[in-house]
Design a protein around this ligand. Structure first.
Ligand SMILES: [Mn+2]
Length: 359
């Protein structure tokens, strides 16, 4: 499908209208996207590698191109600028609407820079998006034009790697790194580059907590590490933190709490890939001053002032799944049910792109 555009308009409210007021959402012209990316890069240059944010704030996990479900998040969690949002990355790949999803987030960030915060996930990368759907989606929707993909993946290099909330919660896409004992080591990195294969920057977007282990272990994903209770406890103590909040892993109930709430996983793509049948959530943090817990907080094993707002897939998705669209990226029926560890892009490259895992 080739899309032709009239004269590009550079007006953020106009862009929002194109994306929000039409079904399906209207794509923005390549020239407009180039301008938006340029403008956002200029803004992100000023952001630290780890942003300092304050509650109240709502934290969103992986979205993976599920545009209708992103709109559902705004429905249940409130819309910017009324609600502050921190998005933990993995905006693109897999779902049918990666380009619409990232465009909406880019425009919202530019429109409400103090209310919308975006960090980088392992999918915000040239290599991963080439293999898992975003590149192909752009080529298809923009009639063979790959410039849009270049502009957006260049922008990904500018995204911050994490955030602190009220100074005592650390949020990042994946997890901890054996090369990083102090948050200041993250602050000192040169992040304006493609995600490397190893080192602190790679581990932050690739690692996972594991309640079964102690210390660090190489991750079966082929990048990043698994880390145990001793590691996170030490990291929190040395950095004056009470908690790590992260995304990156599919959760059937939409979230997982590890170690009594010391580490939380928030997953925001319901019925992932339109077939996993999982719930999704956003994490609402109203304060972090450790007052006594409510019953819901005890039930969800979160800290005082925190609430997982759980939701199901938007009915809008049915229109696409019933029309028999295939999901983006490599996927097979066997690996789609693997809800624990399901990635390995480095290995998949060596296997000649025959992915056995998915991410
Ligand atoms: Mn991820």
């Amino acid at each position: 499908m080739t899309v032709t555009f009239s004269v590009p308009r550079f007006d953020l409210d106009y862009c929002l209208e194109q994306l929000l007021k039409h079904k399906p959402p209207r794509l923005l012209p390549p020239q407009t996207i180039e301008q938006l990316c340029h403008m956002l890069k200029t803004e992100l240059l000023k952001e630290a590698n780890i942003m300092s944010l304050q509650s109240p704030i709502t934290i969103v996990g992986d979205i993976h191109g599920q545009f209708h479900d992103l709109l559902e998040i705004f429905e249940i969690g409130g819309t910017p600028p009324n609600t502050n949002y921190l998005f933990l990355g993995d905006y693109v790949d897999r779902g049918y609407y990666s380009i619409e999803t990232i465009l909406l987030l880019i425009v919202l960030k530019l429109r409400y820079p103090q209310r919308v915060h975006l960090i980088r996930g392992n999918h915000e990368s040239r290599t991963i998006t080439t293999n898992y759907g975003f590149y192909t989606e752009i080529v298809t929707k923009y009639g063979g034009n790959t410039e849009v993909w270049s502009h957006i993946t260049d922008l990904f290099d500018y995204l911050p790697l994490g955030a602190t909330i009220d100074g005592n919660i650390f949020a990042t896409h994946g997890g901890l790194s054996p090369s990083c004992q102090q948050l200041d080591q993250v602050r000192a990195l040169d992040r304006f580059r493609e995600i490397p294969h190893d080192g602190i920057m790679a581990d932050l977007v690739w690692s996972d907590p594991d309640p079964e282990i102690m210390d660090f272990k190489l991750s079966p994903r082929g990048a990043g590490y698994l880390f145990g209770y001793d590691i996170i406890t030490k990291f929190c103590r040395e950095n004056d933190l009470i908690q790590l909040v992260r995304a990156h892993q599919l959760c059937n109930e939409g979230y997982i709490s590890y170690w009594g709430g010391q580490c939380l996983t928030v997953w925001s793509a319901p019925n992932y890939c339109y077939r996993c049948g999982n719930k999704a959530s956003v994490l609402e943090i109203t304060h972090s001053n450790m007052q006594s817990k409510t019953n819901t907080e005890k039930q969800q094993q979160v800290l005082p002032g925190q609430y997982f707002n759980v939701f199901d897939a938007s009915p809008e998705n049915d229109i696409d799944t019933e029309s028999g669209k295939g999901v983006n990226g490599f996927i097979t029926d066997e690996n789609v049910n693997d809800s624990e560890i399901f990635a390995d892009f480095f290995k998949s490259i060596h296997r000649g792109k025959q992915a056995e895992y998915f991410l």
